[in-house]
Design a protein around this ligand. Structure first.
Ligand SMILES: NC(=O)c1ccc[n+]([C@@H]2O[C@H](COP(=O)([O-])OP(=O)(O)OC[C@H]3O[C@@H](n4cnc5c(N)ncnc54)[C@H](O)[C@@H]3O)[C@@H](O)[C@H]2O)c1
Ligand SMILES: O=C(O)C(=O)C[C@@H](O)[C@H](O)[C@H](O)COP(=O)(O)O
Ligand SMILES: [Zn+2]
Length: 347
């Protein structure tokens, strides 16, 4: 359930009074604790909440942080009837969601997304988890939150890079939806954003995700659409992590979209002019991820761990048109290398 808030404190109070719980926990990261928590602090039930603060950024979306959260909840008397509020970006909602899914075999949680990315994507739809063994979201569970409280006020303090990062997932949703939404997203001035317009676009973007998740919550089929750009994007993200120069998830997704639209044009008939327009938008707003032919082996190996794969075959989500999905599209190693050649030379 997504609740669009005009007054987040009163919406949160109403929600909390409708839920049955014994202890309340509030999970933040070191940044959201300082810049976002003040926006909800006057919500009266929060005065009773046990606060858990973890490190900020994706390097903390790991098992050590998860242990810290489990330990804090256990030591403060958490039970299966406790409730966790995740206040933060996708790192907090993914890790907090998984902590809630696993503590005492599962407790209730509420997501309050504070980045653009977590509003339109991470906080919605029930995918929770952590990075492990150098791989993105390697360990996790599907578990839906009780509610997602969306308040775009939080975006006021978000830096430009994280805004761009979230926008990449919005562009992905637009590519999945239709030509009107795609064109609207390519003409939006991301360097000088119109926040009022963005607010409407956020709601449209969430609607795309909610609609797909409602039809296939556990990614048996249709939900693989939401992974467009991610077979390659996650490989780039893991490679950057291994190089100890992490990149924001949305940037990796944008670069992955550029690659996978090329593959779509090559294999499933996606129109070349639309591929070029989208790739140009990505180049202008996200730059390029530096790779050489020497990285191909590592990138390919990361792709072999993608969760859409079956029996050793690497599966991509491709498009034959904006809004027309080709799920479970295979690509041979030579085709993947050709895609990476295009990326190195064309981007
Ligand atoms: N579960 C899903 O369906 C799903 C979907 C997309 C992405 N993800 C995951 O989400 C994560 C990325 O999420 P993210 O982009 O939100 O990153 P993030 O949570 O790391 O937040 C980015 C940075 O912004 C700071 N921040 C958060 N809110 C802020 C605010 N309002 N003002 C100022 N700073 C703020 C954070 O402290 C952090 O430093 C990745 O781990 C990705 O794998 C999950
Ligand atoms: O909600 C989904 O489904 C997605 O795939 C959304 C993605 O944007 C997100 O990055 C997700 O965490 C990726 O999941 P994974 O299963 O590929 O790890
Ligand atoms: Zn993503």
């Amino acid at each position: 359930m997504v609740i669009y808030c005009k007054d987040i404190c009163s919406e949160l109070s109403t929600l909390l009074s409708s839920l049955d719980y014994d202890r309340l926990f509030l999970l933040t990261d070191e940044t959201t604790e300082v810049v976002c928590r003040p926006l909800i602090d006057s919500c009266e039930p929060l005065s009773e909440a046990v606060s858990i603060v973890i490190g900020a950024t994706d390097t903390y979306k790991n098992v050590e942080t998860l242990v810290k959260v489990w330990t804090a909840m256990g030591e403060a008397g958490g039970t299966r009837h406790s409730l966790l509020i995740n206040l933060g970006g996708g790192m907090v909602t993914d890790l907090g969601g998984f902590a809630a899914a696993s503590f005492k075999r599962g407790i209730k949680f509420i997501n309050i997304p504070t980045t653009l990315l977590s509003m339109v994507d991470a906080a919605v739809g029930g995918k929770t988890g952590i990075n492990f063994n150098g791989l993105k979201n390697e360990i996790g569970a599907f578990r839906e939150s009780e509610a997602v409280l969306v308040d775009t006020q939080f975006l006021r303090t978000l830096d430009a890079e994280n805004l761009c990062s979230g926008y990449a997932e919005m562009l992905k949703h637009a590519l999945l939806k239709d030509e009107r939404m795609w064109a609207e997203h390519l003409t939006f001035d991301l360097q000088n954003p119109d926040y009022e317009k963005l607010q409407c676009m956020v709601a449209d973007s969430i609607a795309v995700k909610e609609d797909i998740v409602a039809q296939d919550p556990h990614e048996k089929g249709l939900r693989k659409a939401l992974n467009l750009g991610h077979t390659t994007g996650h490989a780039f993200e893991s490679l950057a992590l291994a190089r100890q120069t992490p990149v924001l998830h949305g940037y990796a997704v944008a670069w992955g979209l550029a690659c996978e639209l090329y593959l779509s044009a090559r294999k499933t008939g996606f129109p070349v002019d639309k591929m070029r327009q989208t790739v140009n938008f990505i180049k202008e707003n996200y730059g390029t991820f530096p790779i050489t032919c020497d990285d191909y082996e590592d990138i390919y190996n990361y792709m072999t761990h993608d969760k859409k794969n079956v029996a050793g075959v690497i599966n991509f989500t491709l498009l034959s048109e904006v809004g027309d999905l080709c799920l479970d599209s295979h690509a041979r190693r030579e085709e993947i290398e050709e895609m990476l050649d295009f990326y190195r030379e064309g981007c």
